[in-house]
Design a protein around this ligand. Structure first.
Ligand code: GLN
Length: 533
């Protein structure tokens, strides 16, 4: 075992306290101090990965470059750190059990009774250490999904306890995130839920090293001291995480309170230079002082839950800041758009993005939206299903292919302009079987896409089963919808454009997964610029 340091982030009192953002912020600060850091998420559900989950369950499914379908927190990790994550960065209970059961079937346990302790916990520890192996990282931050006290997360918590014992307290520290609610009737911030939550953690054998208290209002020194005393942690190891206007401010707030310093000190690592975070601060200053303001319609079918489009929303924040522009994303339900109200619903927008998705619900609204944007010369960005809808609309209204469709929606269509990829035809299983992860694309120099990327070869992440049907390639090209990006190995169309239009780009891949604070995605930057006009 090398001397990789492990930091665990647990949560108590309620879910949704922002463990992912705290983990990403700490990682950012440690990275800025010169450490190589990665973040892993352990999810307590039994799905092998979130790929089969409806976005209403836990929000968007994030896709890594190596083709893993993962929890959306990995998106935050990449956006903060600007370093790609991989399959190993997201582990679910389902995946743990799957490998233990596979080993059992192979006879690897030699007649033993297979149990949660030690077999499941051993597998969890193996997965945690796997991320730290190979000398790539100095520090591994592992975020444990769920809330302490849940039955589901117990094996993870027990694994952390064992690791602390095995690796020693200097190599393994625990940050516990809780909520300090404010009672307006008495005008007080209450620490009791935190005390109980720490007690719950203590019952599992873990004394947290640091506490991060999520709160609506600033906590005074007395409250922090009280928490420190009752929860048995140092005073400077009690950090408040007060609500801020943007998640990207959290690293600065953590830096101000020395979260990174306390962590390093506890791990016996040097605490030297204060990281200046220059680029980060510049980004924040642009974000907070916009010179322009635009309204972009995001047309999708999961709009009731904005987390379903997390990476798209964040990409607009990055690209907006780069353009010194505040991008107001207006979420529009594709199911509610009809021929009669499309003008009413979409008027006044500076640009329109049609979102990715699966299945037929809301598809007509997306097709109508693409038509509206095309005919009214409104900047249009179609992502995955969004691009497919633009292709369908163009086939019907410009190529006069009546009833043209994607075979995903109508497998009997006379004009299958979007069709199942050849290699997908024999696949029956749903989990992990799409075209996933990074694929190459060669860009035509004479295109808006090239202007955006300033290069002809790119790699972008995919998550789909259907594709542009090359049988119609010439027909589209001759009528003004040009395939400008092609996969060099398979010939699959990856990008279409309408050069006549102000900005009309459809991409089969997901640019939103690779936009980061430091490197906003070029297509989003270019789209926002076009919307500013
Ligand atoms: N449902 C479409 C396909 O599978 C688009 C997928 C997506 O938008 N991610 O090809």
């Amino acid at each position: 075992m090398t001397d990789v340091k492990y930091v665990f982030v647990t949560g108590g009192v309620t879910s949704s306290l922002g463990k992912g953002i705290i983990s990403a912020s700490l990682a950012k600060l440690l990275q800025a101090r010169g450490y190589s850091v990665t973040i892993q998420k352990l999810d307590p559900y039994i799905n092998v990965d979130p790929g089969t989950l409806n976005p209403y369950e836990h929000g968007e499914c994030y896709v890594t470059l190596d083709g893993a379908e993962t929890d959306l927190d990995l998106g935050h990790y990449e956006r903060f750190l600007n370093v790609p994550t991989s399959q190993a960065n997201n582990v679910t209970t389902g995946r743990i059990y799957q490998s233990v059961i596979n080993k059992e079937r192979k006879g690897d346990y030699l007649g033993k009774t297979v149990q949660v302790i030690p077999h499941i916990t051993d597998e969890i520890k193996r997965r945690i250490k796997l991320v730290g192996s190979g000398d790539k990282f100095d520090i591994v931050i592992t975020e444990i999904g769920g809330t302490v006290g849940d039955i589901e997360s117990l094996p993870y918590i027990e694994s952390v306890r064992q690791l602390k014992w095995e690796l020693g307290t200097q190599n393994c520290i625990v940050i516990h995130l809780t909520l300090v609610p404010y009672l307006s009737s008495t005008g007080e911030s209450k620490t009791k839920p935190t005390q109980h939550s720490v007690k719950e953690l203590l019952e599992t054998g873990i004394q947290p090293d640091l506490l991060v208290l999520r709160t609506e209002r600033h906590l005074n020194t007395d409250i922090k001291r009280k928490v420190a005393l009752f929860c048995n942690v140092e005073e400077n190891a009690v950090i408040e995480s007060v609500d801020v206007s943007t998640i990207y401010e959290v690293p600065i707030k953590m830096l101000e309170q020395g979260l990174d310093k306390t962590v390093l000190r506890k791990m016996g690592l040097p605490v030297e230079i204060e990281p200046p975070l220059t680029e980060w601060r510049e980004f924040l200053s642009k974000l907070k002082n916009p010179k322009h303001n635009i309204k972009v319609g995001l047309v999708g079918k999961y709009v009731e839950l904005p987390d379903a489009y997390k990476s798209i929303a964040e990409s607009f924040i990055h690209s907006g800041a780069m353009n010194e522009c505040q991008v107001d994303v207006v979420y529009i339900h594709s199911e509610e758009i009809t021929e009669n109200n499309v003008v009413e619903r979409l008027k006044g927008l500076n640009g329109i993005l049609v979102a990715p998705g699966f299945g037929s619900r809301g598809i007509d609204g997306k097709i109508l939206t693409a038509k509206y944007a095309r005919e009214n010369n409104i900047p249009f960005f179609g992502i995955c299903l969004g691009m497919q809808c633009a292709v369908i609309e163009f086939a019907r209204d410009v190529l006069n292919l009546e009833g043209a469709h994607s075979t995903e929606i109508n497998h009997k269509t006379k004009y299958p302009v979007i069709d199942l990829m050849e290699e997908q035809k024999s696949i029956i299983d749903k989990g992990g079987t799409m075209r996933l992860g990074g694929y190459k694309c060669v860009i035509n120099k004479n295109s808006k896409t090239f202007d955006a990327y300033q290069k002809t070869e790119i790699v972008e992440r995919h998550r789909h089963r259907y594709e542009f049907n090359n049988k119609y390639y010439d027909d589209f090209k001759n009528h003004g919808m040009i395939p400008v990006g092609i996969n060099p190995e398979s010939g699959l169309v990856e990008i279409i454009e309408i050069p006549e239009h102000k900005w009309f780009v459809g991409v089969q891949f997901h640019p939103e997964y690779s936009s980061t604070v430091i490197n906003p995605h070029p297509l989003f930057v270019s789209f926002v610029k076009a919307c500013i006009g």
